[in-house]
Design a protein around this ligand. Sequence first.
Ligand SMILES: Nc1ncnc2c1ncn2[C@@H]1O[C@H](COP(=O)(O)OP(=O)(O)OP(=O)(O)O)[C@@H](O)[C@H]1O
Ligand SMILES: [Mg+2]
Length: 82
Amino acid sequence: MKLELLDLTKRYGDFTALDHVNITFTEGICGILGANGAGKSTMMNLITDNIPRTEGQILFDGTDIRKLGRDFRRVLGYMPQQ
Ligand SMILES: Nc1ncnc2c1ncn2[C@@H]1O[C@H](COP(=O)(O)OP(=O)(O)OP(=O)(O)O)[C@@H](O)[C@H]1O
Ligand SMILES: [Mg+2]
């Protein structure tokens, strides 16, 4: 399993919340730590395809998650902090 964020960028209007983020997640447990407003929720919303990205790619095992669509959501789990 490999989930890659490639130059992932999200702008809300003129405000850049994520600026060319590059991360590769592989199997195991990862912690996402960042100050308030760092962009953690924005990144999760992009990985879950809940909001549109501005630039960049999100690849699951080499294929864009938007192309995988339902096949990606079938393997995706999400546990919010609450
Ligand atoms: N819909 C939006 N419109 C405009 N700006 C937004 C929007 N959503 C988030 N932002 C801004 O983007 C930045 C990142 O926000 P985000 O919620 O992703 O951070 P976070 O790391 O989850 O913060 P927290 O720890 O407070 O949950 C913040 O400056 C926030 O104000
Ligand atoms: Mg948040």
